[in-house]
Write a new protein. Structure first.
Length: 264
């Protein structure tokens, strides 16, 4: 039988509870004594994330070695035990539910609770299942509400600037080419035929004829024509920005023993 002193020392050093396969179940929590024999009957194991959950496990088949409590139940079995508040009294109904869950009978519990030198029949006669199992520390409980800072991140819309759309006139130099034509004259000579020569007089005389020449010259004409529409449009661009902050939180620790049970 494990003594209360062994379990108190185990709790003081932050002992570990393991299953039959050596797998860690959780941290040792609180001790619950049998109100007849005063012997340890139940213990709680802190499981879950950060050890915030406590599950009951029977001590009738448990053993202690150093800073380790070994129980014949696997981790999942202990975690799935009936959800009972470890800060309150263990009622007969709750205890019956636990015995049923761990496949233990009241007869086995009575045999384990009989003190040396006291006949089993006398122990049963003196004990009634109507009595409640109390925590080692008694009915007076101490509790503290732990608070911590949480980081809430959001966004707000702020004005960062204004953009104006403005037109102004600029002058550019443009060079281009255009084909132009002009007229030139040249002398062409061809002999007269006999008929043409017979129809002219043979006298010498002066004569003058005029031919008008033309040429093309570049002409520049500027017109204003609409070519495109320019507008301003807003679009939202999503970026990831890293934020860093320091958060404070409260921590709670137990100091001292009261009635064989560590206060939390």
């Amino acid at each position: 039988m494990i003594s209360t002193e062994q379990l108190q020392e185990l709790s003081a050093i932050g002992g570990t509870v393991i299953g039959p396969d050596g797998q860690k179940i959780g941290k040792f929590g609180q001790i619950f004594l049998d109100d007849r024999s005063g012997q340890p009957e139940w213990a709680t194991v802190r499981t879950g994330l950060f050890g915030l959950s406590e599950s009951f496990v029977p001590l009738s088949q448990a053993t202690v070695a150093g800073d380790t409590l070994s129980v014949p139940y696997g981790k999942q079995t202990v975690k799935d035990a009936p959800n009972i508040d470890p800060e309150g009294q263990l009622t007969p109904e709750q205890e019956q539910e636990l015995y049923h869950y761990y496949s233990l009978s009241y007869q086995e519990a009575d045999q384990a609770a009989v003190q040396p030198g006291v006949p089993e029949t006398d122990a049963r006669a003196e004990y009634s299942r109507e009595d409640e199992r109390d925590p080692v520390a008694g009915t007076s409980q101490a509790s503290a509400i732990r608070s911590e800072e949480r980081l809430h991140v959001g966004t707000e819309s702020v004005e960062t600037g204004k953009v104006r759309l403005r037109k102004h006139v600029v002058t550019e130099d443009v060079a281009t080419t255009v084909p132009v034509s002009h007229e030139e004259v040249r002398l062409e000579r061809e002999p007269l035929t006999d008929a043409e020569a017979a129809g002219t007089s043979g006298e010498l005389a002066e004569d003058e004829q005029e031919v008008t020449l033309h040429e093309e010259r570049p002409v520049v004409e500027k017109t204003v024509e609409p070519v495109e529409r320019v507008s301003l449009e807003k679009e939202t661009v999503i970026e990831e920005e890293r934020l860093e902050a320091q958060l404070r939180k409260e921590q709670v620790q137990a100091e001292g023993w009261e009635g064989g049970r560590q206060t939390r």
